[in-house]
Design a protein around this ligand. Structure first.
Ligand code: BGC
Length: 743
């Protein structure tokens, strides 16, 4: 007591008041965040509040300098930390310390079917973001794979809401462990790119709830995502960046989301709607940040001076503004003002290792007749590699996910490094795709110019193929417009650049042909019968070549499975079978109706009597074999309050260690509304030594049995009989059992 009196007396003697020494509540780390937010809010002027909810540069928004509240810095996302651009322009800032590790594209992550890989991914990319002093990563993306033409599917997690939900949650948690926010995008119904600003999606509530929203809901409610990016497109005639139903009713109302909504860049169109319909932060409205003929375009953003003016003229109150600012402050407390968050790290060995492990687990062996793979290095003297994608850098391009990497090992370099002097590795071009290599000022520096004709290139490849022990064709799509690239969609399912002709010619020349398809989308394979081995490789980032080589030579046993269906033809996909796909650009609003409703991906393929997919959802082979025993359940009848446990023994019947992704689908045998034949409700990746058997168990509750009833606007679970289907893919069913749900 004596000491305290003495100290305050001393303070007075030096002219300091006792009060000046106490920490204000908004800075007091012992106080709950919500109290600190209210205190900060009460100290802010109207102008400071409005400033906080819109950008001040291409990727940042201001804090409150006067109060020591820091700025917010955003970065793309979702596969690595994007290089720095100028304050007001997309041009590179030309920093020399902003190159990063490129992690595999999210399609590859989804293909691992391994939530642990997702956590590792989130943790690692979060560390890179933190080191680069970013507040928010603009990712992950979880828009459902509705059509194989969508130029952005590579940034998403496939066609199934359950798989995407299970994979997105750990990514978000991993990122946010670093005190960096994940911004889950693009909320929602952003399932194609052409006309992304003018497509008005018409979808029934059942499909919305069962297909398009679950992954976002899981990210918010289970992952506790701190930020969401509403999409460019429209829904119910309103842009999603200020959409009453999606942002206010569903996201903030039903799901109780307490984070910030961050407009997609240039996705805001109206001040009043932005104020009222749930948008919290406006970014990228004018493309170069300087147009609109004003000294500072940011002041002219919809949620800048126009908002201030409306408040000053009494046209709107400050209730909505305070809510937005509270959310931004909450974001800042969770990130920038969290002194306990780690420091992060960049380009570490651990991050490269994480990128490689995720890639190795995500590569999918689609076909392997006569065990062409793995390559037998003891026998092979010459390995011919054909194709542009064997050498082309894939981390540059594709839109906002484009990166500037510290290193990217190409497939050819990866193969050469692994094969060493065990065999001769020869590369020939085969076809010319897109020889350019630049995105947004980042150049690959590769010279891929080629003047020879397709005929000459094929002749060269065939000649070499005849003398080789193995031929590995590495092609597919790339990150150029019209391939796998933002703001564009593909014009068809077929490969471009005459690749089909090259593959067909190689198949005739050499029976040990392996086709490696690098893409984020399904492709047509008119040559499938002639090609014994096919590998689905993705955009796998910095360790692309190392990971692919380890699979091809069998150092790593493939264990990925497809997160989406490969149709034979475009018309086998429901969006194309039942609807029109708009290829022409339009400045007017275009209605796009999702006629297929809930029948997306395998939910559609399962209903087709005559047509089979080229490769089914969940398909993927291994260099070993697995046998499934009979599935059993712990009870025959359950109630809506119960959980049912299903067990199935799985044995590795081959000669090497491998991992199998065991899938559980549920089928409602009788229901009031039409339901999919079956739906994925569980999966597990099990590692098994040769001869080893493990029991795989799944527990399901009523959520796995319910559907969304539009009429009741509620999830419904109907008593009756259900089937639990244990499968190795959507069409490779191993064991079934019937159980019932009682009243
Ligand atoms: C993309 C977003 C991205 C943003 C910022 C937009 O064009 O749709 O995914 O995060 O730009 O680069």
């Amino acid at each position: 007591m004596k000491k305290i009196i003495a100290l305050s007396t001393l303070a007075l003697a030096f002219g300091l008041s006792v009060q000046a020494q106490t920490t204000p509540v908004y800075l007091d780390e012992t106080k709950p965040i919500e109290e600190r937010i209210e205190d900060a809010l009460s100290r802010m002027t109207l102008e400071e509040k409005v400033a906080m909810i819109h950008a001040q540069s291409k990727f940042s928004s201001p804090g409150v300098e006067r109060l020591g509240i820091p700025d917010v810095w955003m970065t793309d996302g979702p596969h690595g930390i994007r290089p720095e651009v100028l304050w007001d322009e997309w041009d590179q800032a030309n920093w020399t310390n902003d190159s990063c590790v490129a992690f595999p594209a999210l399609t590859c992550l989804a293909a691992t079917w391994n939530p642990e890989m997702s956590l590792l991914y989130g943790k690692s990319i979060g560390e890179e973001a933190r080191y680069r002093k970013k507040t928010v990563i603009l990712g992950p993306g979880v828009n459902i794979y509705r059509t194989p033409l969508n130029g952005r599917n590579f940034e998403y997690m496939g066609e199934d809401p359950y798989l995407a939900s299970r994979m997105v949650v750990p990514y978000v948690q991993g990122v946010q462990q670093n005190g960096v926010a994940a911004c889950v995008k693009h909320f929602a119904l952003n399932n194609h790119e052409v006309n992304r600003h003018t497509s008005n999606i018409i979808v029934d509530d059942r499909a919305l709830r069962e297909i398009y929203l679950p992954a976002f809901k899981a990210a918010v409610q289970e992952g506790k995502a701190w930020a969401i990016m509403p999409a460019y497109n429209l829904y119910q005639g309103q842009h999603l960046c200020h959409n009453e139903r999606m942002l206010n009713e569903i996201l903030k109302g039903e799901w109780q989301f307490d984070g910030v909504t961050v407009s997609d860049w240039g996705g805001t169109h109206d001040t009043e709607q932005a104020i009222k319909n749930g948008l919290d932060m406006e970014f990228g409205t004018w493309t170069n940040g300087l147009t609109a003929g004003a000294s500072n375009a940011y002041d002219n953003y919809y949620m800048a001076f126009p908002y201030l003016k409306m408040i000053k003229e009494g046209k709107v109150g400050t209730k909505e503004l305070d809510d937005k600012v509270r959310r931004v402050l909450r974001l800042i407390y969770r990130t920038e003002m969290n002194r306990n968050r780690p420091w992060g790290s960049m380009n570490t060995d651990e991050h490269y290792e994480a990128a490689r492990r995720i890639a190795q687990e995500g590569i999918v062996l689609l076909k392997n007749e006569n065990n062409v793979l793995p390559i037998d290095l003891a026998q092979a003297k010459k390995i011919l590699v054909v194709g542009e994608n064997a050498v082309k850098m894939m981390t540059v391009g594709g839109g906002s996910s484009s990166l500037k990497v510290q290193r990217e090992i190409s497939p050819l370099d990866g193969i050469k490094a692994r094969v060493g002097n065990q065999a001769e590795v020869v590369w020939v071009r085969g076809y010319v795709g897109d020889a350019s290599g630049e995105y947004n000022g980042v150049v690959t520096g590769q010279n891929l110019k080629e003047d020879r004709s397709p005929k000459e290139l094929i002749a060269e490849a065939v000649k070499e193929a005849k003398e080789a022990d193995y031929v590995i064709f590495i092609g597919g799509l790339n990150k150029s417009g019209g391939q796998d690239c933002e703001d564009t969609d593909r014009s068809g399912l077929n490969l471009s650049y005459g690749q089909d002709d090259v593959i067909a010619a190689l198949a005739e020349a050499n029976k040990n042909l392996v086709v490696v398809n690098i893409s984020g989308n399904a492709i047509a394979m008119p040559w499938i019968e002639q090609v014994p081995a096919i590998v689905q490789d993705w955009y796998i980032g910095s360790e692309a070549g190392t990971a692919l080589a380890s699979i091809l030579v069998g150092d790593v046993n493939p264990s990925g499975k497809l997160p989406f269906t490969f149709p034979v033809k475009l018309e086998d996909n429901s969006a194309h079978a039942l609807g029109e796909f708009v290829y022409e650009r339009s400045n007017e609003v275009v209605d796009i109706k999702y006629n297929e409703s809930i029948f997306v991906g395998y939910r559609w393929a399962d209903k087709q009597k005559k047509v089979k997919p080229l490769f089914a959802f969940g398909h993927g082979l291994s260099y070993t074999t697995f046998a499934y025993g009979k599935a059993t359940a712990d009870k025959k009848e359950m109630t809506a309050e119960d959980v049912l446990t299903i067990t199935v023994p799985v044995t590795n019947t081959g000669h090497r260690e491998g991992a199998e992704i065991v899938q559980l689908y549920i089928s409602d045998l009788k229901s009031s509304l039409p339901r999919p034949v079956k739906e994925l409700k569980g999966f597990q990746k099990v590692k098994l030594a040769p001869g080893e058997t493990k029991n795989v168990t799944f527990t399901i509750g009523k959520d796995a049995l319910s559907y969304y009833d539009d009429a009741q606007q509620a999830w419904v679970v109907e008593p009756g009989k259900f089937e639990a289907i244990v499968a190795a893919s959507a069409i490779d069913i191993k064991s079934k059992l019937v159980f019932s749900l009682g009243k």
